[in-house]
Design a protein around this ligand. Structure first.
Ligand code: ADP
Ligand code: MG
Length: 703
């Protein structure tokens, strides 16, 4: 029966080589099994009809029942089209076809009753349906008997041109079931799981996901398929984690020695927050366990992750090993180096900085120090990954701002040690727990959910561009009392027609609003050379420039405590997590700070919602939840670069949080009873994971 699912789609009646190629290209479908796993993206209730008079552009998809009053061809050449005037007895709407005009004219004759389904579009102030799905009333009624609910499949423009529509796909699926005859599709989950968790068998689930027999059976089918999808991901990740625990002994760092104690007792200028203490305990429990640590540290901007990272490295040092810290940009690496060197001053710890711009001589000295072990902490950028960087005994690796690094880079650091070093991955773009559980399912997660005391919340307001001048006055006041400001523009766009502020033009006009010699302006953007950028950053950090005009290059990690105002131009063009990251650049000192979101008066609903969230809360976790709901996981920062292609076919990470947790618990139970999945009842699971491992080499190898 497995062979049945592996049959090539070309051989399915009605497909043939041409359409098979199309399916392969557009949907990545090449076998029966692939097509069965192409689920409808939505369902329409065939028993519900819209009144034409109620249709508005906001209706999106509508199904209407009525008669064609007239058929005409309009336009010539490329804009030739067939237009049907379609009436439900009360009012009428135009149905329009741009392709196959001749065929359409023949096929749809006035007087006949049809059911039309399609997306509402607007032209010249009137609604119409372009290329609607048409069924005769008899066809439509016969489907109502099948529960009334019909699946709609994703199709692309190319597929439509090759006359493969949603309806064609559905026909293909029904052909698959036809050719199955009385046989059943083989089950992918062990029987005992189906029993214990009341799951619909695969055969029924696939049948119902494509041809729902009732709303209830559709729900059961969806649950079963979501569960299966998530269960296998969790099973895979948890098993990876177990394998690593069993097969790779980690360094056992159970000594808390002089360096750590000295630092903690004598050099720490403040009390750790409870959240920092809790996280440090979790980290120490990992490092002293004899297993390799693989931990994700989530914490909002300014929550004090760097300090936790430093103390983690000190544990490695106390146990006689080196530590490395990798940052995504030179500026950030430099800042870490400076702040860590400062915190460690007076302690006998050798820290070095290695970046792409380290001079040759200096570089040689550093490489030597790393090799002979005299350098204990190495901070740097991607430069740390180069083959020439050889450690004497690397015991611990910190990766800052994780989303900028891919999986491969992380595994490269892994290999710089005879045993895998302990790994702590830090991210300042918090992601919702359910998403973390899915993407980083084989990492343990620690969360710093508390800011150090005394932080004043950043006053965030949303203003329209028309108020720009009041805001400039406000910035002048802040500068007058010695503070500094960021003015942030969206990335430079190549389109000159763009109605968005362009940073260069903005910079010029700002120079006349904040004229020399009274004010000093600096500018950084992604098209500048790294050393120019660096020089500009330094001028701002030292207080020489009052205002830094910038793009999102300042987003990550930069620390200028004296900067108290951030003005974000065209704020509606930024995503939520980006806005949150940007805002985190102010509010780093003792002063009250402000973030002003400037937008055009015309705002989309989405844009308005983003501004509303930003002004309402400064909690990064809350913001990322909203972001996930608004944009879906695919666009969330961190998802794409996580290196794990999730390829979820049915799960919605934003709304299926409970099933994710459920699936993880079940996977955990299964592995607890049978860690290597060797029991006969788990044969199917073992087989599936084997297949998965063969198909995707890098899958889940997080660090
Ligand atoms: P992030 O989590 O964004 O990396 P940092 O580690 O840069 O945050 O910390 C932000 C600032 O807060 C730094 O200036 C740091 O010295 C300070 N800080 C960290 N922990 C504490 C604490 N427990 N009490 C007071 N200030 C702290
Ligand atoms: Mg940081």
């Amino acid at each position: 029966m497995a062979d049945f699912l592996d049959k090539e789609i070309t051989y399915l009646p009605g497909v043939g080589p041409k359409r098979a190629e199309l399916l392969k290209k557009e949907l990545n479908v090449s076998t029966y099994g692939d097509l069965l796993r192409c689920y409808p993206y939505r369902y329409i209730d065939r028993t519900k009809f819209y009144h034409i008079k109620d249709i508005s552009p906001a209706s999106v998809y509508v199904q209407i029942r009525g008669r064609i009053l007239s058929m005409t061809t309009q336009g010539t050449g490329r804009s030739a089209r067939a237009v049907a005037l379609f009436s439900d007895g009360e009012s009428a709407i135009e149905l329009i076809w741009f392709k196959g005009v001749k065929y359409i004219m023949e096929r749809y004759q006035p007087g006949h009753e049809f059911v039309a389904f399609g997306k509402v579009s607007e032209f010249n102030g009137r609604c119409n349906l372009v290329h609607p799905d048409m069924e005769t009333i008899n066809e439509a009624l016969s489907k109502q008997n099948l529960g009334g609910v019909q699946g709609m499949y994703n199709t692309t423009e190319k597929m439509k041109n090759g006359s493969v529509t949603s309806r064609t796909l559905q026909k293909f699926v029904s052909e698959i079931f036809n050719s199955l005859g009385n046989a059943r599709l083989s089950e992918s989950l062990p029987d005992y799981l189906l029993q214990e968790y009341h799951l619909m068998p695969l055969h029924e689930a696939l049948l119902n996901i494509h041809f729902p027999q009732s709303p209830d059976s559709l729900r059961l089918a969806q649950f079963r398929l979501k569960f299966e999808e998530l269960f296998f991901i969790q099973l895979h990740m948890l098993r990876q984690r177990n394998v690593r625990r069993v097969h790779f002994a980690g360094f056992k760092f159970d000594k808390i020695g002089d360096i750590f104690n000295n630092f903690y007792g004598k050099h720490l200028p403040f009390q750790l927050t409870n959240a920092q203490k809790k996280v440090l305990k979790e980290i120490y429990a990992d490092m002293s366990s004899g297993r390799q640590m693989n931990r994700l540290l989530q914490g909002d901007v300014g929550s004090g992750k760097t300090l936790v990272a430093l103390m983690t490295m000190l544990i490695a040092l106390d146990n006689g090993y080196q530590a490395a810290m990798m940052a995504p940009t030179e500026i950030l690496a430099q800042q870490h180096f400076e702040s860590i060197s400062k915190m460690l001053s007076g302690l006998d710890v050798k820290v070095a900085l290695l970046t792409g711009s380290s001079k040759k001589k200096e570089r040689e000295v550093i490489l030597q120090g790393i090799l002979d072990g005299t350098i204990q902490i190495l901070i740097g950028t991607h430069a740390l990954l180069e083959d020439s960087v050889v450690f004497s005994n690397l015991g611990c690796v910190i990766i800052d701002e994780q989303h900028r690094f891919g999986v491969e880079q992380r595994s490269k650091l892994w290999s710089k040690s005879e045993r895998p070093p302990h790994v702590l991955v830090m991210t300042a773009t918090p992601i919702p727990r359910t998403l973390a559980m899915t993407i980083y399912g084989d990492l343990d997660v620690s969360v710093i959910d508390e800011l150090p005391p005394g932080r004043k919340p950043i006053g965030t307001i949303h203003r329209f561009e028309t108020h720009r001048h009041n805001i400039y006055d406000f910035i002048k006041q802040e500068i007058a009392i010695g503070r500094q400001a960021y003015i942030v523009y969206p990335m430079i766009q190549e389109s000159e027609k763009s109605d968005y502020a362009n940073i260069e033009a903005g910079y010029e006009s700002l120079k006349s609003i904040f004229p020399e010699p009274h004010y000093h302006l600096g500018m950084v953007h992604g098209k500048m050379k790294p050393d120019e950028k660096d020089a500009q950053m330094r001028l701002f950090a030292s207080g020489t420039t009052n205002i830094l005009v910038a793009t999102t290059v300042i987003e990550v990690g930069v620390n200028v405590p004296n900067a108290s105002v951030m003005l974000i131009e065209s704020a509606e063009r930024f995503g939520l997590s980006q806005l949150h990251q940007l805002r985190g650049r102010v509010g780093r000192g003792a002063d009250q700070s402000y973030c002003i979101l400037l937008t055009s008066v015309k705002l989309s609903n989405d844009g308005r919602q983003r501004m509303e969230v930003m002004t309402r809360t400064s909690n990064g976790f809350e913001i990322s939840e909203v972001d996930l709901k608004m944009r879906g996981p695919g666009d969330l920062e961190g998802t794409q670069q996580s290196g794990v292609s999730l390829n979820l076919k049915i799960t919605n990470l934003a709304t299926d949080g409970e099933i994710i947790q459920y699936a993880r618990n079940v996977a955990n139970d299964v592995l607890e009873k049978d860690p290597d999945l060797l029991l006969p009842e788990n044969f199917l699971l073992n087989q599936y994971l084997d297949r998965l491992a063969k198909e995707s080499v890098n899958w889940g190898v997080i660090s």
